[in-house]
Design a protein around this ligand. Structure first.
Ligand code: ADP
Length: 256
């Protein structure tokens, strides 16, 4: 059976093609049209596998742009897809922390990957990848460099809860001559602190798996583990977790 999962996020659009037990993935920027990004990622992943849409048994769409995809068989929420994807990527996961471009979520799951409970922040940029992108721009760095730039530094306190005020705070810390690495460590701690307190309200996981693009930032992972007082495992290919979950759910659906 061949299935495809498509996750249209605010920053990136991901596709996973599952063919039996092998899978391949593709990531494209979402840009200004979620519909076009979803269509391109679907066409390109099929092209790479030398397949046509008729070869695919089921396509599941997820992410905030899922409703704009006319070619999918079913749309499923990110919460359900991330839960399923994270459990597949890290055996024994019972808590998923997903930090993407414009939201963050914590999901408690059972042994089958079913959602027991979840909390989500999609109202405020603080505690999301957007916060890191804004701060990286102020610091003249790319988000992919932040973890290396801050490695081992003592975090400075970032007091502002709001991204706009935190941006001014970072500008004035730079003007005061506070070393960049301490500011970046403070930014990582700020994101981790907000998400950890959301996780704390849900309970305690035995095995915490970190997904989403921000999981590629080792600095945020380290502060999450410190704040939670527990190990936090970054899923292999963390940004693909939602699309993997969608492809797996498409396979389940195809069996019925
Ligand atoms: P969405 O699904 O909402 O589009 P993603 O899960 O793709 O979001 O995550 C996007 C976020 O991931 C960006 O805002 C950025 O903070 C972070 N990110 C993306 N690439 C990297 C990288 N190479 N290293 C560190 N962080 C990254």
């Amino acid at each position: 059976m061949i299935t495809v999962g498509i996750d249209v996020g605010s920053i990136t659009t991901k596709a996973v093609l599952l063919n039996g037990t092998t899978w391949q993935s593709l990531l494209l920027p979402t840009g200004c049209s979620p519909r076009d990004a979803g269509k391109s990622v679907f066409e390109q992943i099929l092209d790479r596998a030398s397949l046509s849409p008729a070869d695919v048994d089921c396509v599941v769409g997820t992410g905030y742009g899922r409703i704009s995809l006319p070619f999918i068989d079913k749309a499923i929420t990110e919460i359900t897809c991330h839960a399923r994807g994270a459990l597949h990527l890290v055996n024994g996961t019972d808590m998923v922390i997903d930090i993407g471009g414009q939201d963050s979520k914590v999901i408690m799951i059972d042994e089958q990957g079913r959602v027991i409970n979840f909390a989500m922040n999609d109202k405020c940029a603080a505690g999301t990848g957007r916060f890191l992108q804004v701060m990286a721009a102020v610091l003249g760095a790319d988000v992919s460099e932040l973890a290396d730039l801050a490695r081992g530094a003592e975090p400075v306190q970032i007091s502002s809860m709001c991204t706009v005020f935190a941006e001014s705070e970072v500008v004035s810390l730079l003007a005061q001559g506070v070393p960049k690495e301490r500011i970046i460590a403070g930014i990582h701690r700020s994101v981790a602190g907000r998400v950890a307190s959301m996780a704390g309200r849900l309970g305690r996981g035995k095995r915490i798996t970190f997904t989403g693009g921000v999981a590629r930032n080792g600095g945020v992972r380290e502060f999450l583990a410190r704040e939670l007082g527990q190990e936090v495992t970054v899923a292999p290919e963390p940004q693909m977790a939602g699309a993997i979950g969608a492809a797996l759910l498409a396979r389940d659906r195809g069996k019925h």
